[in-house]
Ligand binder design. Structure first.
Ligand code: EPU
Length: 436
């Protein structure tokens, strides 16, 4: 089992550039199925979810190869509509294949997508939108099967809530449909505008992406071309480095990333007592190790441009040692704060009730072995370890969750000065067995 170990106490110093955003790369890889020409995605991190996506592309008859840090996809002539169960279950991002497979193969069969266990994650909006475009949906308990007879047709569709995934699904479906699709109440996250920029560079006609109303003029059944695309930087990784600086103290500059994309998180850090310097395409976080952060905060995670749900556990890690009790409410997912148990094991007064996380504040944290419950919760436990001041070590087990979204979180923090390393239990044991 993979783990990350961290011993707090060192201030962080230096600069770091976030990799390409996971939540852009995953839909973009699925979108390449709509392209008749090769596509290049620049500086893609080797995340577990990216590897799963490459396996999935190969399984349906397409493929992509690494060219240094770039990924180059090969257009496929023959596409299968079936997503293998193991790949669908390995990541939520498998849902992005519904629309491209339906477009290319005429049918799509998707065993229910996996991913972080953040509470119920239905796909009813994806399916309602695709039905409005003419798809036939048969959803069994464990698998969704879609078929189309003829080309999908453009429609005027209002999303019942601004789902990021459903907005992407419907945008992808509309690109090669017949006529104009208008999506109302669409999600506005930067990754949606980034996916639209990629599709437009491939010849799609999308306007309004990044606003609640998106219009897509379909090609009427023609595939798109290819393009070379520099993916948006990962704003959640950027927030992770900023939170690390806030917890450990020191000064960290995040480069090649607009502070606008994580403004709500940076506002939170500023309100907690960190010094935040914002430039056009970079920002710095400074905190003196001797000053206490301010707690007493009531945070609400919401859709963009609100405080991103993926940053809520990171904000919690910052508030553990801050002066005063705080509460964080997650408006998107019912079980965002499974990391509360790990925080408590480190000595924090932390517990969650439904969507609410309670933090007593002023925690004197100590080392312990804890388990990453999910991707962001796992990253938050690693960050909490930076705030342990007694020289003891925090070991976060099940760190494979963390590698779904960060290629090398331990290495990133180490390069900034943290005492942090990744390892694998069983490796030492394995070596001993070999010697015997
Ligand atoms: N929802 C429905 N029906 C749907 C779709 C969504 O009820 O058809 C609900 C969900 O259950 C949830 C809410 O709407 O309560 C928001 O879900 P959304 O569809 O916006 O999220 P997602 O597409 O499943 C993506 C990211 C998440 C990120 C959210 C919100 C990917 C692969 N995942 O999920 O990222 O938290 O948007 O920004 O893009 C992560 O990176 O760790 C992660 C979980």
């Amino acid at each position: 089992m993979e783990y990350i170990e961290v011993t707090g106490g060192n201030p962080l110093r230096g600069s770091i550039r976030p990799a390409a955003a996971k939540n852009s790369v995953l839909p973009l890889l699925a979108a390449t199925l709509l392209c008749a020409q090769p596509c290049t995605l620049r500086r893609v991190p080797l995340l577990r979810d990216v590897q799963t996506s490459l396996d999935l592309l190969r399984a349906v008859g397409s493929g992509a190869a690494w060219a240094g840090q770039d990924l180059v996809t090969q257009p496929a002539r023959q596409i299968s509509g079936r997503v293998p169960t193991a790949l669908a279950g390995a990541m939520r991002g498998s849902v992005f294949y519904l629309a491209p497979l339906l477009t290319r193969a005429g049918w799509a069969e998707l065993p229910l997508p996996g991913g972080c266990r953040l509470g119920p994650r239905p796909i009813d909006i994806h399916l309602a939108g695709l039905t409005a475009m003419g798809a036939q949906v048969c959803a069994a308990a464990e698998c969704v099967v879609l078929r189309r007879h003829g080309v999908l047709r453009g429609t005027d569709f209002a999303l019942r809530l601004p789902s990021v995934g459903a907005t992407l699904t419907l945008m992808l479906a509309a690109c090669c449909a017949a006529g104009v699709t208008t999506l109302r109440g669409a999600a506005c996250e930067p990754e949606i505008a980034d996916t639209a920029a990629f599709l437009n560079a491939c010849g799609a006609k999308i306007t309004g992406a990044g606003t609640p109303v998106v219009c897509i003029r379909g090609t009427g059944g023609e595939l798109l071309d290819g393009c070379v695309h520099t993916v948006l930087p990962d704003r959640i990784a950027a927030a992770t480095y900023a939170a690390a600086a806030a917890i450990a103290g020191g000064r960290v500059t995040v480069t090649q990333c607009s502070p606008v994309w994580l403004a709500a998180f940076l506002d939170f850090l500023q309100g907690s007592g960190c010094e935040v310097a914002r430039g056009e395409n970079e920002f710095s976080i400074t905190r003196d190790q001797d000053t206490k952060l301010r707690g007493g905060q009531e945070l609400v995670a919401a859709a963009y441009p609100g405080l991103a749900t993926d940053t809520a556990p990171l904000a919690a890690a910052v508030l553990l040692g801050a002066e005063g009790a705080s509460r964080i409410y997650d408006g998107l997912f019912q079980n965002r704060f499974a990391c509360a148990q790990g925080f408590a094991a480190l000595g924090a007064d932390a517990h969650s009730e439904g969507r609410l996380l309670y933090l007593g504040g002023s925690a004197k944290l100590h080392g312990a072995t804890v388990t990453a419950p999910d991707l962001r919760g796992g990253a938050a436990l690693v960050l909490a370890g930076l705030g342990v001041g007694d020289g003891s070590c925090v070991r976060v087990l099940d760190a494979g969750h963390i590698r779904r979204g960060y290629a090398d979180l331990a290495g990133d923090l180490r390069r900034l000065g943290a005492d942090c390393r990744a390892g694998r239990t069983g490796t030492e044991a394995g070596r001993q067995t070999k010697k015997l």
